[in-house]
Design a protein around this ligand. Sequence first.
Ligand SMILES: [Zn+2]
Length: 90
Amino acid sequence: MSDVNKAAFFNQERQQKVMKWVNEKWKENKCECCGSNQWILVDKLIVPPIYDNGIQLGGPIMPFVVIGCATCGNAKFLSAMITGIMDGVG
Ligand SMILES: [Zn+2]
């Protein structure tokens, strides 16, 4: 059963916090592949599996915010922890 009625963690407030952080931190916002400066924030956090002599399931996670170039799809994975949106989350 899905949690379609559950409020999204990466809600509009957190998305706005990420974009504020990006605008403060990114000194150069041109895509290094195509030169575009149009970026799209993915509205879900990504959690890749951790590999250490095999894929580890059920352990610690490392969530990422993904921002992709709207022209060529070049994607940036930013640590959700560093952006500050995980502050206060257990
Ligand atoms: Zn690009």
